[in-house]
Design a protein around this ligand. Structure first.
Ligand code: GDP
Ligand code: MG
Ligand code: K
Length: 301
């Protein structure tokens, strides 16, 4: 039947906006009871995963983007560049504003940053329950002139007005993809997921268009060395074609070496300890459509 053929979509969404515009309220509303707080170590991970939305259509993983607020220090500058990388690597950015507040320096700053970003951006005008409908048009006009938002969606996160349209629009931006995260359970090892994402990120970064989103990374094993110090991590990168495998290995293995080096640096920062990372590449044709394989890949564990 048609429904069975419908593909599963998934992707990553960053939510940005100045404080108190309603980002947390929106997240809570979108994911309801299924909010999964993944990590409580602010700024140790580049992308803090705040919530996972599971629907029949697919899965959306929301990321907190640290550093999008105006930096107050040199360290802040560093976080800003990290945030910009994040915004470029997700599939969609939601820029949330408050319909009852005038545009401020915080908004200006974010819009300026979004200027560096290639990812599609939706403007989400929140708290419409507090304004007259006629007040929305000038806001839409004002913001439309500042940035080419792909969509502008007025909502009330608190009352749930128009949030269904927002979810629908979000899924329109998601591509076919795996269920990255178990649907009903909060994992004991959130780091494994982040580790895999860090590796995937390096692959996409270093290979650009040559190796598209048709890759998956799974952490096969994490164990501590006999000296009790080094953490050994074994990860597999799944591709769909032999040609992609060739690209990922690179001449004399240089590409794989570079992917491993960069991923290890980030994973060490994540874990706060020394890491040995071994990567290998496996070819599995059409893996994205095969749920059982996804299970084997550990997406459900
Ligand atoms: P954040 O700092 O962006 O995460 O904002 P919060 O989600 O913490 O919300 C800030 C305040 O705005 C809270 O008091 C919320 O209850 C309120 N708020 C959020 N969304 C709405 C909304 O749609 N309508 C109204 N009236 N208040 C909202
Ligand atoms: Mg908040
Ligand atoms: K992307």
């Amino acid at each position: 039947n048609r429904k069975a053929q419908k593909s599963f979509k998934s992707g990553f969404v960053s939510i940005v906006g100045r404080p108190n515009v309603g980002k947390s309220t929106l997240l809570n509303h979108l994911v309801g009871q299924k909010v999964a707080i993944m990590s409580n170590k602010p700024q140790t991970t580049r992308n803090k995963i705040t919530a996972v939305l599971n629907t029949e259509e697919g899965q959306v993983i929301f990321l907190d983007t640290p550093g999008i607020h105006k930096p107050k220090s040199k360290l802040g500058d560093y976080m800003v560049s990290v945030a910009e990388n994040t915004l470029n690597e997700v599939d969609l950015v939601l820029f949330v504003i408050d319909a009852t507040e005038k545009r401020g320096a915080g908004d200006e700053y974010i819009i300026e940053r979004l200027g560096q970003v290639k990812t599609p951006v939706f403007l989400v005008i929140n708290k419409i329950d507090k304004v007259h409908p006629e007040a929305l048009l000038p806001i839409i006009d004002e913001y439309r002139q500042l940035y080419p938002f792909k969509q502008i969606i007025p909502i009330s996160a608190m009352e749930g007005n128009n949030t269904g349209s927002l979810v629908q629009a979000i899924f329109e931006e998601m591509e076919e993809g795996p269920m990255f995260y178990p649907a009903d359970q909060i994992t004991d090892h959130p780091e494994r997921f982040v580790m895999a994402e860090l590796i995937r990120e390096k692959v996409l970064h270093l290979t650009r268009e040559e190796v598209p989103h048709s890759i998956a990374v799974t952490i096969e094993e994490v164990k501590r060395g006999e000296n009790g110090k080094t953490l050994y991590i074994y990860a597999a990168i799944y591709v769909e074609r032999d040609s992609q495998k060739g690209i990922l290995i690179g001449e004399k293995g240089q590409m794989l070496k570079e992917i491993g080096k960069r991923a290890r640096t980030d994973i060490e920062r994540l874990m706060g300890e020394k890491v040995f990372l071994e990567l290998w590449i496996k070819v599995k044709k059409d893996w994205r459509n095969q749920e059982r394989m996804l299970r084997n890949f550990g997406f459900y564990n």
